[in-house]
Write a protein that binds this ligand. Structure first.
Ligand code: GRF
Length: 205
C-alpha cells in the first residue's frame, strides 16, 4: 500500500496524543499509515508506545542545545523523515523549536497541538497561564507550524471550561482529554485532503 498517506510523528514525552492518533488509524478513522516515530528523548514513552504497535521508532540525539536541534541532529531528523517518505509531520509533544532547514524541507506539511486557545498563551505551561490569567474558557489548538512559536495557521480548536476549583493539574487533564479527540479529527481531515489554506485561514471542505 505505497500510495497511502504517510505520517511521521515527533514527540519528547509520554505520547498520549500519539496513542490517540495511532488508535484512530487502527480503527480506520484516519486513512493513513504512521510511517515512523522519532524522539529526541531516548526514554520517551512515545517510543515504547510506537514499538508496542510495531511502528518504526527511533531516538535521534538532539545535539548541543536545549530548546532546538543542532545542525547534525536537524539533518538526521530530516533524513529519517524523508527516508520514511512522510506526507505529514505530526508534532505530538515535541519539545524543541524547528528551524529553517527543517521547515523548508517540509513546508506546509508540519502540524502541532498546543494546550491553549491560540493566540492566547503560547509557550510553556499554557494551562497554568490560562488559570493565572483568570480566563473562563481554555482549550487546545491544532495548527500548522511556521517559524514562530505556536504561531502558524489554526486548523482546529476545542474549548474546555475553566472550573472555579480547578488546579493547574485538573485543568491540564481536561485539556489533554480534549486534545485526544481534536488531534485525530484534524489529522484525518488532512489525510483526506479536506483542508485548504488561504493565507491564515484554514478551510474545512
Ligand atoms: C500536549 O499537552 C500537547 O498539547 C503539548 O505537549 C503535550 C504532549 O502530551 N504540545 P503527550 O506526550 O501527547 O501525552
Amino acid at each position: 500500500m505505497n500510495n497511502k498517506f504517510r505520517i511521521g510523528v515527533l514527540g519528547s514525552g509520554k505520547g498520549s496524543n500519539f496513542v490517540a492518533i495511532a488508535e484512530a488509524v487502527a480503527a480506520g478513522k484516519i486513512p493513513a499509515e504512521i510511517a515512523v516515530v522519532l524522539s529526541d528523548v531516548e526514554t520517551a514513552g512515545i517510543l515504547g508506545h510506537a514499538r508496542e504497535r510495531n511502528i518504526p521508532a527511533q531516538y535521534i540525539a538532539p545535539g548541543l542545545y536545549r530548546t532546538k536541534l543542532d545542525e547534525a541532529a536537524e539533518h538526521a531528523f530530516v533524513a529519517a523523515l524523508q527516508k520514511a517518505q512522510v506526507d505529514l509531520i505530526v508534532l505530538a509533544g515535541f519539545m524543541r523549536v524547528l528551524k529553517g532547514d527543517f521547515l523548508r524541507a517540509f513546508e506546509g506539511r508540519i502540524v502541532n497541538i498546543h494546550p491553549s486557545l491560540l493566540p492566547c498563551f503560547p509557550g510553556l505551561q499554557s494551562w497554568k497561564q490560562a488559570l493565572d490569567h483568570g480566563v473562563k474558557v481554555a482549550g487546545c489548538t491544532v495548527h500548522f507550524v511556521d517559524a514562530g512559536v505556536d504561531s502558524g495557521a489554526i486548523i482546529g480548536q476545542s474549548a474546555v471550561p475553566v472550573l472555579d476549583n480547578d488546579t493547574p493539574e485538573t485543568l491540564h487533564q481536561r485539556i489533554h482529554a480534549a486534545e485526544h479527540e481534536l488531534y485525530p479529527r484534524c489529522v484525518a481531515a488532512l489525510a483526506r485532503k479536506e483542508i485548504t489554506v488561504e493565507g491564515r485561514r484554514v478551510i474545512w471542505k
